[in-house]
Design a protein around this ligand. Structure first.
Ligand code: G6P
Length: 606
């Protein structure tokens, strides 16, 4: 979603801002803009669509000045037009914003009484108008920005730039992430460390409610009560901010290919050489946990559905899995001895964060499984377990999913052991099988060409059905989500056993059905469902192992061959064909794989 940058520099700001915005492209956006102060004068440029349009405009109408703010907008209030693009300006102030100002109608009505009129359909414009209004009463820029901030309800990361002030950015955060970067005689503001990566590796993360007055000399931060706050400067590792395609055509292809390595990294982090599972903070006594509530959104939600099978089968703990946007408003009871577990790649998903806050003071422990250790969800958890997937840029999550389920599997093993349901011998067997997973995934990646061929056929379809049973059911859901996200083909997934309760009515010769079915104890049942599809001329793409493909016979439309792994580990492996099918189908259709239309990587608004 919206990305923010700001610079008080030593060089021309416009190119720096555009470069920083490029590094925020992965969040998803539909227009962009920058504002600078040059010789005391505030000015701005904005363009709809990709950043190249803004760059083109800057060639024809350059923007000088060494102080500036920039923004990539993912439209919420108002269509993606130039008028609605940020920065929003009113008089002597320009503002960029990520989040939603919930009381903007009320503020608009109030400003209208002062004959202040509006140009845009956005909630953000009210922040600029309100600040301008306070400036016109004689307040200083910082006072006016703070007075406006006092009035805002909702979620925001904001940066303000002022006419006549080329050494000042006011920044504030409530609900949406914002970081301040420290250079040598230069200062920066950004939605995340990735935006600021080549500019500085010294980052201060603002806390909830913080307001920062940034000048080239440094930053003064006040907390939500207005007290001076001393926030640490952290040195961020370059590896954690590296964003390049490493020779791949798309970030998604690179991230799919990286999975053997990053899963290996996660295993190395959590496993000792003796195959013990070591969590850095051994504070969860699973023997005292009666129930786990898992909450997440999107792909992370499907990771939770996989983990439910593991926690229940291996550790015999009842698990409920919920979509964060449903959970947060349902006011579900959280009985004693409940572990609340949140899974999120970004650690900033607004609904997941709100669900976590709901559980605070109710659940015994708040545990999160996250990819960004400095994220809000990580910081607000009692324990945050990193998945070590590295920066994930493709909007469709791939390596984060397999790393999430790898860490969740280790957690389930640990829980099984601590609860006395898993002997150390069995645990050791599972761990050695897990250690082999990175090289088995490499074998699965060797099926790339076969999957590409199947995808070319799939790309001609209008609808695709995914079926899976047991641990393959969440994988079917994930496969359908991936496909619809990036190829725009309508895809849905059903538990195989539900086929006869509805979706079978859709089956005809035009309907491909992807059946995810390793040769396990449930295989025969799934084969029966497959026969039911084929009897109605449905075209089956079977994803299975040697034994499964042999047993299924020759009538399937096409089959994708996976190596054999122990049944409990199949979700990690079968994620690969699910991802590759979606990837190659999207490539065959020529869609924007890394930044599919309308989607955002990090959903920081409800
Ligand atoms: C968006 C992304 C998905 C992601 C979901 C949850 O929809 O496009 O890839 O799975 O948000 O995000 P999170 O960062 O909480 O895992």
């Amino acid at each position: 979603m919206c990305g923010i940058v700001g610079v008080l520099g030593d060089h021309e700001a416009a190119p720096i801002l555009v470069e920083a915005l490029k590094r925020l492209e992965y969040r998803g956006y539909d227009s962009a803009g920058i504002a600078t102060v040059n010789a005391g004068k505030l000015d701005r440029r904005r363009a709809v669509g990709k950043l190249v349009n803004l760059s083109d405009q800057l060639v024809h109408e350059p923007l000088a000045g060494k102080a500036g703010i920039g923004h990539t907008r993912w439209a919420t209030h108002g269509a993606p037009t130039v008028t609605n693009a940020h920065p929003h300006r009113s008089g002597a102030v320009a503002v960029v914003h990520n989040g939603i100002i919930e009381n903007y109608r009320e503020i608009r009505a109030e400003l209208a009484q002062h004959n202040i009129s509006f140009e845009t359909e956005t909630d953000t414009e009210t922040v600029a108008l309100l600040t301008h209004h306070y400036l016109s009463t004689g307040m200083s820029p910082v006072e006016a920005a703070f007075a406006a901030l006092d009035r805002l309800e909702g979620a925001f990361a904001l940066a303000f730039l002022f006419d006549g002030e080329d050494d000042l950015i006011v920044a504030a955060r409530k609900g949406s992430p914002l970081a301040v970067g420290h250079g040598d005689g230069e200062m920066f503001v950004g939605s995340d460390a990735i935006a600021l990566a080549p500019l500085t590796d010294r980052i201060t993360y603002l806390e909830e409610g913080d307001r920062a007055v940034v000048t080239r000399a440094g930053v003064e931060i006040r907390d939500e009560k207005g007290r001076l706050a001393n926030r640490p400067i952290k040195t961020v590792s370059i590896d954690n901010t590296r964003v390049d395609k490493a020779g791949h055509k798309h970030f998604m292809a690179k991230e799919i290919a990286e999975q053997p390595k990053v899963i290996g990294d996660a295993l190395a982090h959590y496993l000792t050489p003796e195959n013990d599972i070591h969590f850095p903070e051994e504070t969860i006594d699973f023997a005292k946990v009666d129930r786990i509530v898992m909450v997440a959104c999107g792909t992370a939600y499907y990771a939770c559905l996989v983990a439910k099978y593991w926690f229940e089968q291996i550790a015999r703990i009842p698990v409920e899995v919920d979509i964060a946007s449903e959970f947060r408003y349902r006011e579900p009871p959280i009985p004693a001895r409940t572990l609340a577990l949140f899974v999120s790649q970004s650690g900033e998903t607004a609904d997941t964060l709100a669900a976590l806050r709901y559980c605070r003071d109710k659940a015994d422990t708040i545990l999160s499984v996250i990819n960004v250790p400095e994220s809000s969800i990580a910081r607000e958890s009692d324990i945050a377990l990193p998945i070590l997937a590295g920066v994930e840029v493709g909007v469709a999550s791939t390596k984060a999913f397999t790393c999430q389920i790898t860490v969740l599997f280790l957690l389930a093993l640990k829980a099984g052991e601590l609860r006395g349901h898993l002997s150390s011998d069995r645990r050791a067997d599972h761990v050695s099988a897990l250690r082999a997973i990175p090289s088995i995934i490499s074998l699965a990646l060797d099926q790339n060409e076969a999957i590409r061929k199947a995808s070319v056929r799939l790309s001609e379809s209008r609808d695709v059905l995914f079926l899976g049973r047991g641990l393959m059911y969440p994988l079917a859901l994930e496969g359908a989500l991936k496909l619809k996200e990036i190829s725009y083909i309508h895809a849905e997934a059903y538990a195989s056993g539900e086929l006869k309760h509805g979706p079978i009515a859709l089956i005809d010769k035009h309907m491909p059905v992807v059946v995810m079915a390793p040769r396990d104890t449930l295989f025969d049942k799934t084969v029966s469902n497959m026969q039911e599809v084929m009897a109605r001329k449905g075209k089956v793409i079977l994803v299975s192992d040697d034994a499964g493909i042999e047993e299924a016979g020759d009538d399937v439309w096409t089959s994708i061959r996976m190596p054999s792994v122990p049944p409990l580990l199949t979700p990690i492996l079968y994620a690969i064909p699910a991802q590759l099918l979606a990837y190659h189908t999207a490539v065959a259709k020529g869609t924007d794989v890394d930044q599919p239309r309308n989607l955002a990587k990090s959903v920081t608004v409800e």
